[in-house]
Design a protein around this ligand. Structure first.
Ligand code: ATP
Length: 251
């Protein structure tokens, strides 16, 4: 089989206060997959994500992105390959206009002029925000800011798009529109979410993290219909939602 885009092996991590958040996590994601990372509060999902682009450094084990180890000497290239969209878009938008925010990353890579403008507008087009290029981000709605945050990452042409709670605080129409956008992208996706129907809708595969251990790695449908697993790891479906009643699942 081909080299996984994301190859996490035996990853363990303890925070400086001694709290062990990850214990020997293995995760392999291949190109074009969309994988949901599920788990209760405190499971270690954010801690894992922070290792994918080198914000945290592994205590033991390794993380590789298309074969390249996440390590201090490779951080610039790793951060180009791994695009993380954080839960709060305001963590990612700090310039005076949408265009400037989306241009920031690629300009740092040395893109300029027409090539930069094309990169920016392509990313904004992908998220349906091209008409907002001149607007200050703080004049946009939350849902629009989240789309722009996705565009800032897409403009780097990442190999992996990591989305932290992409559906949080979105109204139902914006939530669905963002799902359409994510589905339309030709990129490997790792999506951290507590929104289990969203995971089922978008991700054929789900990995469950609990107390710093991977406790399941299976089709999202099989995970969400495994009542004992769900109960054991505090995963609950919304009232009235039954995955068994869904007639089309993502491929
Ligand atoms: N800076 C820190 N120092 C010490 N412990 C921490 C720190 N940040 C997180 N932790 C602990 O590490 C564990 C994993 O936290 P993490 O934020 O990765 O969980 P999570 O799965 O993302 O949770 P949530 O769903 O609530 O966002 C938790 O027990 C948490 O209390």
């Amino acid at each position: 089989m081909s080299v996984p885009v994301l190859d996490v092996q035996g990853l363990a991590y303890a925070y400086p206060d001694g709290h062990q958040a990850l214990f020997g996590v293995d995760l392999h994601v291949h190109q074009g997959e969309r994988v949901a990372l599920l788990g209760p509060n405190g499971a270690g999902k954010t801690t894992l994500v922070l290792h994918l682009n080198g914000i945290l450094a592994a205590g033991a084990g390794s993380v590789r992105v298309s074969g390249l180890p996440v390590a201090k000497e490779n951080l610039q290239e790793i951060r180009r390959r791994v695009g993380v969209v954080f839960q709060d878009p305001d963590d990612q938008l700090f310039m005076g206009s949408v265009r400037a925010d989306v241009a920031f990353g690629p300009a740092n890579l040395g893109l300029k002029g027409a090539a930069l403008e094309e990169r920016v507008m392509t990313a904004l087009d992908l998220v349906g925000m091209a008409d907002f290029a001149a607007r200050p981000p703080h004049h946009l709605s939350f849902g629009q800011r989240r789309r722009v945050a996705v565009a800032t990452v897409l403009a780097m042409e990442p190999e992996i798009l990591v989305l932290d709670e992409p559906s949080s605080n979105l109204d139902p129409a914006s939530r669905r529109e963002l799902a359409d956008i994510i589905r339309s992208l030709d990129v490997t996706v790792l999506m951290v979410t507590h929104d289990l129907p969203y995971a089922l809708e978008l991700c054929p595969r789900a990995v469950v993290l609990s107390d710093g251990h991977v406790v399941a790695d299976d089709s999202t449908y099989d995970v969400l219909t495994d009542d004992a697993l769900m109960r054991a790891h505090r995963l609950e479906l919304p009232f009235g939602f039954d995955p068994r009643g869904i007639d089309s699942l993502p491929q």
